[in-house]
Design a protein around this ligand. Structure first.
Ligand code: ZN
Length: 189
């Protein structure tokens, strides 16, 4: 990567002026807040198959001419990853695709950002000499992550035999009406 453009301290104006773009992959371990949303390797059912998810990202700078004024500084950001999360229906692991695709227009100060925010489709950011693009990517992905992660269709889980045994023992321990039920359950179907 061009040393001139450090993702942690991007000179957005220069980046946009030169119409540059950058792209790459970063390990999820670089994004601790985003990582908090993911199941940790020890919690996944497929420990041996677990690989640290990678965030694919791309940024592009753009200088947009404005008649009778300074050109606008724009940055387009895209990021994507497959995030292993816990399904809130079956509590199993679900890998969800989380994507961000945002355009930012940079303005000179906070007051301008607030004044123009309502009529702008794009996100407004105050232009600073050094922009932490990785933090921006993380913020966008956190906002794009589902609040209630779920499988589209939950996988059917094989009942655990230990639970069944305990259940049957409980049934056997209770005489009378449940004894008949336990007998019924034992019959092959
Ligand atoms: Zn599920």
């Amino acid at each position: 990567m061009d040393k001139k453009f450090d993702l942690n301290r991007l000179n957005t104006k220069a980046f946009a002026r030169e119409g540059l773009s950058l792209q790459g992959h970063e390990s999820l371990s670089q994004f601790s807040r985003l990582g908090d949303l993911a199941l940790s390797p020890s919690e996944t059912h497929l420990k041996e198959a677990f690989q640290t998810p990678q965030v694919a990202w791309a940024v592009q700078g753009d200088l947009v001419p404005v008649s009778g004024g300074d050109p606008q500084v724009w940055l387009h950001l895209q990021a994507e990853l497959e995030l292993p999360m816990q399904c809130q229906r079956c509590m199993g692991q679900v890998k969800l695709s989380v994507k961000a695709d945002t355009s930012y227009r940079f303005v000179s100060d906070e007051a301008t950002a607030e004044a123009e925010d309502d009529e702008s489709d794009e996100d407004l950011l105050v232009l600073t000499p050094e922009l932490n693009v990785l933090e921006l990517i993380e913020d966008e992905l956190i906002m794009s992550a589902p609040l209630v992660p779920k499988h589209e269709i939950c996988p059917v889980l094989v009942p655990m035999s230990a639970v069944d045994e305990a259940f049957e023992k409980a049934l056997e321990a209770r005489p009378k009406p449940f004894a008949a039920l336990a007998q019924l359950k034992k019959k092959p179907t």
